[in-house]
Design a protein around this ligand. Structure first.
Ligand code: SF4
Length: 379
């Protein structure tokens, strides 16, 4: 079995961003300690149940993990180390919001064993950040990256967004230049999605947002696709760019269909070809774990055809694409026997390519990934 990845969900944020539909809550600081206690209990339960399995990646995400006081984060990391066999050299990532960490806190997190940071920078334009409801400004982002580098983190990622209200192509290009100048090892760039029910989506429905048009969004996409690799940050997934050797090993597990265990509220797992998810409410999570009830409320075993579509979809997100022998090993059937016709059509459309070992998305295919992914779904 592949080594396990652990995802730890911290469902707290200082303030809810206007576009966010993630499972995160603000104004519940009084639950920090009880949540951490329950989380450590679940970590101990799961570590024991799985006989302290070998782990090579840990990802502490959210929410905003960095809103938790450092002693609680230290408690979580110590609990993971006590209950799982964390390989030496494991990647241990934590998400942090630039407005929530000081240099001293970063030094303490490094000492606690965190060796990769992912900062939710999102933009280097203060007006755009305000429009998103972010709590930080550009100066905070510049400062935290500098602090993190100064205290010895050598694996730092920043997230950026494009397609924002008020964002221009020229402005986004300047943001890419600022991002590259920080010399981080990894950059993720996501297009804004207007999720139903969020304040930003409502404002868009009411015609209150100056969103970039389709041509501008395409120009932004092209700008990042060309500029970041020219700065030594090679694309390795649709939205992710890294210097050689700094690809996020944890996220690669998702795209490579490898097992991971989710811990905390609203956390998903993929183990033994089964997907499970825990309860989203913080109080319910605490109550379930501390009374010996399972926090798992969703279990799903995909049918073989759905599982194949998902496997292909995830693998094709990476620039390496899908290894044909891995597909055969996983499903016991040949990819071309099942999908030869679909592949031929997508290849004629210039969206997919293949050699003897793998299939992958062309540059056009990356841009129109959804068309490709839909083609592999069962009828
Ligand atoms: S910091 Fe992240 S998780 Fe928290 S509200 Fe903003 S987008 Fe959502």
């Amino acid at each position: 079995m592949s080594k396990l990845g652990l995802y730890v969900h911290i469902p707290f944020c200082r303030q809810k961003c206007l576009y966010c539909d993630f499972s995160s809550y603000s104004g519940v600081e009084h639950l920090f300690t009880a949540y951490t206690t329950a989380l450590c209990q679940q970590i101990a339960d799961q570590g024991g149940k799985l006989y302290k399995p070998l782990v090579d990646t840990v990802y502490i995400g959210g929410g905003t993990p960095s809103v938790l006081p450092v002693p609680l984060l230290e408690q979580i990391v110590a609990s993971l180390e006590d209950n799982f066999t964390i390989e030496s050299g494991a990647e241990i990532s934590m998400e942090a919001n630039p407005g929530t960490v000081t240099r001293q806190q970063l030094a303490a997190l490094k000492a606690a064993g965190i060796n990769r940071l992912s900062f939710g920078v999102q933009s280097f334009n203060d007006d755009l950040l305000t429009g998103l409801g972010r709590i930080h400004q550009t100066a905070d982002s510049l400062a935290v990256v500098e602090y993190a580098q100064a205290v010895g983190f050598n694996n730092i990622s920043i997230d950026l967004m494009y397609g924002l209200p008020g964002q221009t192509v020229a402005g986004f290009f300047r943001e890419l230049e600022q991002a590259a100048a920080l010399q981080t090892t990894h950059i993720s760039v996501y297009g804004l999605k207007l999720e139903e029910g969020t304040p930003l989506a409502t404002a868009a429905e009411q015609g209150l947002l100056a969103l970039p048009d389709e041509a501008a969004e395409e120009a932004m996409y092209s700008a990042m696709s060309e500029f970041l690799p020219s700065q030594g940050l090679a694309r390795y997934e649709i939205s992710n760019f890294a210097r050689p050797g700094f690809e996020c090993r944890h996220n690669l597990k998702y795209w490579h269909y490898q097992p991971y265990l989710g811990l905390g509220a609203a956390a998903h797992s993929f183990l033994n070809r089964q997907r499970t998810g825990t309860v989203t409410g913080i109080k319910e999570y605490i109550s379930r774990v501390t009374t010996g009830m399972s926090p798992v409320v969703m279990e799903e075993t995909l049918a073989q055809d759905e599982s194949m579509a998902e496997y292909i979809f995830l693998a094709l997100r990476t620039t390496e694409g899908m290894r044909l022998n891995h597909f055969t090993r996983y499903f016991g059937v040949d990819f071309f026997d099942l999908f030869g016709n679909v592949f031929a059509r997508l290849q004629r459309q210039g969206l997919l390519e293949a050699d003897d070992e793998r299939i992958w998305l062309t540059d056009t295919g990356m841009k129109f990934g959804n068309i490709v992914f839909r083609s592999f779904l069962p009828d």
